[in-house]
Design a protein. Structure first.
Length: 84
């Protein structure tokens, strides 16, 4: 595991839900770094409908905004698969 990820609070405490925006920004930066390092071109999200079921006070659109920001920063295509 890369040092950039190893020391992230979300990585050292798997299963813990964080409400700290700074922790999620750190995780996003680590994902951006990993995408660049691995030269990722496409990410497939299977059963993406689960992105819409989030705990209050969060909104489902927050999940999609996070993906949009990640897409814009990395230029990696995200394909969402839904099952209804």
């Amino acid at each position: 595991m890369n040092d950039r990820v190893r020391h992230l609070n979300l990585a050292t405490h798997p299963g813990k839900k964080s409400t700290d925006p700074a922790e999620w920004l750190d995780m996003r930066d680590a994902v951006i770094y990993a995408f660049a390092l691995l030269r990722v071109k496409v990410v497939f999200v299977d059963e993406a409908q689960h992105l819409m079921s989030v705990d209050t006070p969060h909104k489902p659109t927050s999940q999609l905004d996070w993906l949009k920001t990640l897409t814009n920063r990395t230029n990696v295509l995200h394909v969402l698969g839904f099952q209804f």
